[in-house]
Structures are given as C-alpha cells and as structure tokens.
Design a protein around this ligand. Structure first.
Ligand SMILES: Nc1ncnc2c1ncn2[C@@H]1O[C@H](COP(=O)(O)OP(=O)(O)OP(=O)(O)O)[C@@H](O)[C@H]1O
Ligand SMILES: [Mg+2]
Length: 328
C-alpha cells in the first residue's frame, strides 16, 4: 500500500526562562513593550504533523512518501526522516523562506510566550500530487493533515478528481477554518480522523449531523484520550479500542499523530480496523511516555509485548508478523 502523508513539516524551538515574565511587564508601559529574556535551555525538536506521522510509519517498517513544503534549512531533518525509511522526494524546497518554526519560551510560572512562523509551509499550496503518484506507481491512500489551509483544500480536491482514496485529518486547523472549507475537506473521505472535541467542532461548523457525516465518510475514527478510540464504519457495528495505560506521562504532544501512524500501518498490512486501532493506541502510549514527538524509537523493543498485554496473544501475533525484526 503506497501512502502519501501531506501536512506540515516544522521544528519546535523550546526555551525556558528562570524567572517570571509578569515581573517584566509593567502596567501602563504595555504600549512600548521591548523585552528580552535570557533563556537557560534550548531544545530543538523535529515536528510538524506530516513529519510525525511519516516518522511513525517509517519506524513500523513502512516507506511512506511525505509531501509538504520546507526551506533549505530542512536538510538535517530530511536526512533523519530518510534514515527512518521515509521517501522525502515529495518535499518542495522554497527558494526564499525557511522551514516552519514554532518558538516558545516558558517561565517558572509555566506562562508561555510563543510565535509560529509558517514560512515555507505556505508554498504547500503549489504542490500537485499527480507527479508524486506517477513517480511511486500510484497512491493508495493520501493523508491530508494540518498544513497551509489552501494546500489542504487543493490536495483534497485533487484526490477527489483523480480518484485517490484520502484520509481527512484536519485536527488543529479546524479552529481556524470556516464551515464551507471544512465541508470540502471531509466530503468523500475514506477515513476521517479527529479527537472528540474536534469531532463536535466539525459538526458545529459544517452544520452536518453525525448521520450526515456518516453518509459522506466511509470510516470515522474518533480518539478519546485515555478512553481510547471509536471506529465507525458505514453499515457496520461501532468498534471501541481501549487505550494502553502508560507507565508514566512524560509529554502528551504527538499522541494523536502516533495513533494515526499506527492505524495507517495496520491498514497497509491489511489488518481489520480493530487491530489498526490497537497498533495506533500502542504507538500513542509510547509517545506519551517520551518527551518530543519522534523520540520513541528506543522503546520500540517491547512494543509487541505491550500490545500483547493490552489486547491478547492473537492481536500481538497478527501484528508481529508485519513488524521489522528489531521490534519485538
Ligand atoms: N492518558 C492517556 N492514556 C493512554 N492513552 C492515551 C492517553 N492520551 C492519549 N492516549 C492515546 O492516544 C490516542 C489519541 O489521543 P487523543 O484523543 O488525546 O488525541 P489528540 O487530542 O489528537 O492529541 P494531540 O492532538 O495532542 O496529539 C488515544 O486514542 C489513546 O489511544
Ligand atoms: Mg490531535
């Protein structure tokens, strides 16, 4: 199964300031703010939704094609993804803008001052999927994950026009998009992935009821944090997949992306939806236990044992048959 993952490619630059921002903000002087904070640590993490999902697929032994826009500065990140099995030839390199970047400083009160620079991501709207499909011999599933909003709409329209099956994963972009654009992203999707909050937001913004969405989307996957996930396929009984309890929670960022990567890997292995959800939930828990969204490779030995403990022998044996040998 040839999977293309479209979406954001970004790095997060996270700093900590030992002090309180509030001590520097002087009431009455807020019209002339000019502040600088001396940060102690700088942590640079690879991220972006397309980066996270493709990385997860790569770690599970698949070779997804990542499709998105970045700057010249993406070279190291690209090499990292390639080392993990991701086909990066679908990354468009901007000749004038840097890769999208999230810069955030957190103080001792956990107050944050953050800036997001979209940069090259805006050029994702220039990307056409057809040349990517031609190069890899066709696309069986195109994931449309958070990205430049015009790119998301364009990729979806191209999938519909060319008959590529697609998975709509609008996630955090739902907050910034209006009903008519969201309708364009959802209609005709083979899969619709959201968390519970986003699932309500879609209904509210599009004005479509759950039944109407069920008529437009073949399978709707809704994740519910520690309460697991629900998989609803048109004409079938709903499936509930319980979550895998974490040993400890280090950082929840990226759990949704890991769930999607695991689910899509299950689809590529032609496993039934319940197994797909179990692979997704197991990978999500590995991410929950590590800081960062692409730092869990070290905990992959043990993946099958964990899936076995949560879902039983049959599930574990079926999944293990498809995994690379370092994962057990
Ligand atoms: N506290 C938790 N304990 C166990 N599993 C969890 C927990 N939180 C999330 N998960 C797993 O991750 C999946 C996705 O979680 P969730 O619904 O919170 O996604 P999300 O809100 O899209 O997350 P994000 O956007 O922050 O990545 C869940 O279906 C579950 O399998
Ligand atoms: Mg999410």
């Amino acid at each position: 199964m040839r999977i293309a993952v479209t979406g954001s490619i970004a790095t997060d630059h996270l700093m900590t300031f030992r002090g309180r921002f509030a001590d520097s903000l002087i009431a009455g002087q807020l019209d002339k703010v000019s502040l600088s904070f001396l940060a102690d640590d700088l942590d640079i993490r690879r991220g972006g939704v397309a980066g996270n999902i493709s990385f997860g697929l790569g770690v599970l032994g698949l070779s997804p094609v990542i499709v998105g826009a970045a700057g010249e500065d993406v070279a190291d990140y690209r090499a990292w993804l390639e080392r993990h099995g991701v086909d990066c030839r679908g990354i468009r390199i901007s000749d004038s803008r840097h890769t999208a970047r999230f810069v955030c400083t957190t103080d001792d009160d956990l107050a944050q001052i953050a800036t997001f620079y979209a940069g090259a991501m805006a050029e994702a709207r220039e990307i056409e999927l057809e040349p990517v499909a031609a190069r890899v011999g066709g696309l069986d599933m195109v994931v449309i994950a958070p990205n430049d909003p015009l790119a998301m709409v364009r990729h979806t329209q191209e999938c519909r026009a060319r008959g590529y099956a697609f998975a709509a994963d609008p996630s955090q972009q739902l907050a910034f998009m209006e009903g008519p654009a969201i309708r364009k992203l959802v209609d005709d999707a083979t899969y619709l992935f959201t968390n519970e909050y986003e699932s309500h937001l879609i209904e509210q913004k599009t004005g479509w009821s759950a039944d109407e969405i069920a008529a437009k989307v073949t399978t709707r996957v809704t994740t519910r944090g520690k309460d697991g996930a629900t998989i609803l396929t048109r004409g079938q009984e709903p499936i509930h997949v319980p979550a895998v309890p974490p040993a400890h929670i280090a950082d929840p960022t990226g759990v949704g992306d890991a769930f999607r990567a695991g689910f899509l890997a299950g689809l590529a292995w032609e496993l039934p939806h319940e197994r797909c959800g179990q692979v997704g939930a197991t990978l999500a828990t590995q991410v929950l236990e590590t800081v960062g969204t692409q730092e869990y490779e070290g905990s992959m030995p043990g993946f099958v044992a964990r899936l076995r403990a949560a879902y039983g022998d049959e599930a574990a044996d079926e999944v293990a048959a498809h995994l690379p040998s370092f994962i057990d």
